[in-house]
Design a protein around this ligand. Structure first.
Ligand code: UT7
Length: 331
């Protein structure tokens, strides 16, 4: 029997019904389908339109999908982590509400925020609780209602982001499957290049900050792109080298979906062919914390027990990293 590892044992997901296509965006801002497709790889994104529904709505749906598929009794869940950059409320954990609504009445719950790396960091956190032996069922949900913080008159951001949620269950594994290694990094000086300026403790919301649109996401796309390309590729390569993995040993690259060109650069650096690279950016755009679990859900049927997966993400903060995980089940 090998040491205790933390494995993903179930997956679920949800995206809202409304689809915002590139063609629709053409009538909202000065852009076109050809530009968006060639510069980002995005064709459409899903948007939660209904008033009064926030990120918890998406997270609950994804968790319920996981519960239905796996048959898990929610009362068995020890903790719920919601990775998100768009909590329901600035104060009061979205995860606590989600846990109560799905019937995880024996769990404690909190949110984890690291922009587009939220879910990746959440995997590390969830796995650490399992590996310590302290808990046996940790539900990690990545959920974001990005449309709530996007300015739909700003063509540099509104074409990129979409809404969605994905959930995974981490459980102990003694067959050597699950999270093998991680390489996580951050550089806080990057926050000037991708942020929401107002609404936090430095610059609380005022009528003026709203008037100036400072409650929306702003990014210096070119700079973020440059850092994302080099850092995501670096960490993916590093974790493969550190674990003596060649391109033939890796079945799947699971990259954050911010821009198809960033994904391609990462895949090229680690020398992986396109068929080993999970892609759903064309359908969902960048769903921030939901991206990685949405990929797992989309590709779940193709995953086999023992497959080596390399996760890589880069996001605001800056935050980034890579995780090496052995898949634990056939579906
Ligand atoms: O997940 C969080 C991390 N975020 C990211 O990783 C995002 C990283 N950045 C990017 O993906 C890219 O920088 C963008 C997709 C945001 C922009 O692509 P780009 O190739 O870097 O374009 P650019 O900003 O250099 O702009 C090129 C041109 C500019 O026109 P000029 O100055 O050359 O005349 C822009 O004004 O494209 C123009 N442009 C657009 N044109 C049509 C910018 N946005 C648009 C647009 N439609 N939506």
């Amino acid at each position: 029997m090998s040491e205790l590892k933390a494995a993903i044992s179930a997956v679920g997901a949800y995206v809202p019904e409304f689809v915002l296509t590139n063609q629709m965006l053409e009538s909202m801002v000065e852009t076109n389908d050809e530009w968006i497709t060639s510069r980002t790889g995005i064709k459409q994104r899903h948007i939660l339109k209904e008033e009064g529904k926030g990120t918890s709505f998406l997270a609950i749906k994804a968790a319920e999908d996981l519960l239905n598929k796996s048959g898990l009794d929610p009362k068995e869940i020890d903790m719920v982590i919601v990775a998100t950059a768009t909590p329901d409320l600035p104060v009061a954990a979205t995860a606590a509400y989600v846990a109560s609504e799905i019937g995880a009445t024996n769990a404690f719950a909190y949110d984890l925020q690291a922009a587009c790396s939220s879910f990746l960091y959440g995997m590390s956190t969830a796995a650490a609780y399992i590996e310590s032996g302290r808990y046996t069922k940790v539900l990690l949900i990545g959920a974001d209602k990005m449309s709530s913080i996007i300015d739909y008159t700003d063509r540099t951001t509104c074409i990129i982001f979409g809404d969605g949620a994905g959930a995974v269950l981490f459980e102990p594994n003694t067959e050597g499957l699950g999270l093998q290694d991680e390489y996580l990094r951050s550089d806080g000086h990057g926050r000037e290049f991708l942020n929401i300026e107002a609404g936090g403790s430095i610059l609380p919301t005022t009528a003026q900050t709203v008037q100036e649109g400072r409650h929306f996401v702003h990014q210096d796309g070119k700079t973020v792109f440059k850092f994302a390309v080099s850092n995501m590729a670096d960490v993916a390569e590093k974790i493969m080298v550190r674990n003596n993995l060649t391109r033939d040993d890796v079945q799947w690259l699971v990259p954050h979906q911010a821009n198809k060109r960033i994904i391609d650069a990462t895949a090229n650096r680690v020398n992986l062919d396109a068929e080993k690279v999970m892609i759903n950016i064309h359908k969902y755009g960048n769903t921030t914390s939901a991206t990685l679990p949405l990929l797992l859900n989309d590709y779940e049927k193709q995953l086999k027990k023992g497959d080596n997966l390399i996760f890589a993400a880069f996001g605001g903060g800056f935050t980034w990293g890579s995780i090496y995980l052995k898949w634990a089940y056939n579906s």
